[in-house]
Design a protein around this ligand. Structure first.
Ligand SMILES: [Zn+2]
Length: 423
């Protein structure tokens, strides 16, 4: 089957939902609400600052093994992987796979007090702790789906890979997912990637906002403001370059932004500076726009430096030497978007229709950016329940509606595994 049509996706989801093991999986999710909350309590108490996720990797590897998944392993980046094998395929088969992932890192630096507080509100558990929702909810969602599928003896037609990955937040710059897709043996087999991030069941990120960040440094010999006058000035060159760059036209569609973030440099008011540095942030859903802006940045800096150097030659003024420049990329989240006729989107719409839900499609910067930029169908969605206060100490999660969200994830995942088997 090449592409899903709307109707074939709906027929598949309805047929899946009628299967006995799928009923058993739903029942497992309903029965084990307390167990899921216990896992979530344990998980949030384990620190996972950017680049310090080892303890969580170990915890998750143990839980994956406990769930009965096979091939539990931790890769060089610290990502934890495990597989629910296809029922009728030999384990060494190299066919299509579906990935279900959740990031295990948090934004909170090492040493942040992690004191989970559990309470009951309107008959639902409420957990307050840094990272309670983002992304303990996603990680617990992974475990819940794994247990529910194993316990219900669901026979999959293609392998499902469970992944707890490192490095999603800020400085992590998607390093966990980047590492995974750098491994050709697995990356080449992924036909759909579903990311669980945070709570909720009414939206999905299907458009990946790309960002690129640069640091521009212009340097020269510098000197005394009076006796060395005529020596080109790095601040003058940078100011000219940024003035030109800031006038670059930016389209509304695809939405594209440019920010001049910081400037540092100079020695004193009576010195020709030796160096100046600026940082710049570009964002867009279009990879071409990001490339266009990078080219505009390079051109603006190059021309401004050339002009400053040429001015000195033209006036034959006394110069201690020319300016040089460097442009370093300090961040790169690739852009991409899930195609409107993608089987993953058809499957999501079919699940919505079956469950009487409505998913808003959103723009965001998530682990799904990387597969989307490679043309692999991917999206990021909540693992049910409610949450708020993400990236603050007052972050919370409530189990109200967790079962609906997990049912949605389960049906979507199973539909994609069916689809993968036909590829
Ligand atoms: Zn997150």
């Amino acid at each position: 089957m090449a592409l899903f049509t709307q109707n074939s996706a709906y027929a598949l989801v309805t047929a899946l939902a009628a299967q006995r093991p799928v009923h058993a999986a739903f029942a497992w999710l309903r029965r084990n609400a307390r167990k899921l909350m216990d896992w979530q309590m344990e998980l949030v108490a384990i620190p996972a600052p950017p680049f310090g996720e080892q303890a969580r990797s170990q915890w998750l590897a143990a839980r994956f093994a406990e769930a009965g998944l096979s091939g539990v392993r931790t890769d060089d980046a610290g990502n934890v992987l495990a597989t629910l094998a296809a029922a009728k395929l030999p384990p060494e088969s190299t066919g299509p796979v579906v990935i279900l992932s959740a990031h295990i890192d948090t934004v909170f630096p090492a040493g942040t007090p992690l004191r989970p507080v559990l309470s009951e509100v309107d008959g639902f558990c409420r957990l307050q702790a840094p990272g309670a929702s983002d992304n303990a909810t996603g990680v617990v969602g992974l475990l819940a789906i794994a247990h529910a599928l194993v316990q219900s003896r669901m026979e999959l037609p293609a392998p499902l890979v469970f992944l707890g990955n490192v490095g999603e937040e800020g400085e992590g710059d998607l390093r966990g997912i980047r590492h995974l897709y750098g491994q050709r043996t697995l990356a080449g087999r992924v036909v759909a990637h579903i990311v669980l991030d945070g709570a909720g069941c009414d939206s999905a990120v299907t458009q990946a906002l790309g960002s690129r960040r640069y640091q521009v440094t212009i340097s020269g010999p510098g000197g005394h403001s009076f006796t060395d006058a005529g020596t080109p000035n790095p601040i003058a060159a940078l100011a000219a370059a940024l003035a030109v760059l800031s006038r670059t036209p930016l389209p509304d569609e695809p939405r594209t932004t440019l920010n001049l973030g910081t400037i540092h440099g100079g020695t004193s008011v009576n010195s020709i500076p030796e160096s100046v540095t600026a940082s710049i942030d570009f964002r867009s859903t279009s990879a071409e726009q990001l490339l266009r802006l990078e080219a505009a940045l390079r051109r603006a800096v190059e021309e401004a430096v050339e002009q400053c150097n040429a001015m000195v030659t033209a006036t034959a003024a006394k110069s201690r030497g020319p300016l040089t420049f460097g442009i370093a990329k300090i961040g790169d989240r690739p852009a991409g978007a899930l195609a409107a006729d993608s089987p993953l989107l058809e499957a999501l719409r079919a699940v919505d229709r079956h469950m009487n839900l409505k998913t808003d499609l959103r723009l965001g910067s998530t682990d799904a950016n990387l597969p989307l930029s490679l043309g692999i169908p991917a999206l990021s969605l909540g693992a049910g329940g409610e949450g708020g206060g993400a990236h603050t100490q007052a972050e919370w999660f409530s189990s109200r509606g967790r079962d609906v969200g997990l049912k949605r994830v389960l049906l979507l995942t199973l539909a994609m595994v069916e689809w993968a088997a036909g590829q």
